[in-house]
Design a protein around this ligand. Sequence first.
Ligand code: 13P
Length: 254
Amino acid sequence: MNNRYVIANWKMNLSLNESVQLAKKINIRLMKEIWRRQVVICPDFLSLSSLSLAFSKSKLNLGAQNVFWQEQGSYTGEVSIKNLNQLNVNTIILGHSERRTILKESSEMINKKLKLVLKYNLNPIVCIGENKEIRDKGRERSFLKKQLKETLIDIRLKKNQEIIIAYEPIWAIGTGKNMPAKEVKNMLNYIKEEIANLYNKNIANEKFVFIYGGSVDTSNIKSLAKYSDIQGVLVGGASLKLNSFIKICKNILE
Ligand code: 13P
């Protein structure tokens, strides 16, 4: 365990056709790489079934950008984990800041989703991160501590389960203002310490993986890759461009 990861979050940027084309190209480019199992592609929901077919023989992982916390029932417009499971989705992004801010998802909701994802033995990516206002006031650490505590209430991990924590400062998302690699490393170490306080050091080391997201691209990936404490990246915009994405994968995973 504790592999490094590269997660592509395509958000709601591509048409169905574009998603399938890009997925096929990534698949071909990564076919021979032993580390392709550490790459996860998260398209929009409507593209999942086509990508599930496209990836059926490869070792690329398919991820979803969200899930509902109930397994099934009268929940108009929500997405069922059972159906994601049937489509061979093995990873689920939870609590992305765009969902927390635009869709008003609370840490309590994310906690319920996390419990369900673990019940189904899928891999959760839990996103946390402060906005600019909080950072300007220097309150990012206490903010992250609270987000972690609320999101991880009553979460116990079974053997072979791990949680990926994605630290994505909101002010760095889609802005080109990425955080310097050394500071990313320090923030991830802080987050790990807080996880050790909530559980213990062993669990923080063995059951949690700490990755960064926020304007990761080909210009900053080399410096991020230098720090072994940065265990991966969650990539938005740059994951939509084939060559940039492959370069990012190679820098982190080779
Ligand atoms: P960008 O890489 O476009 O800044 O997006 C980051 C992100 O939100 C990934 O989840």
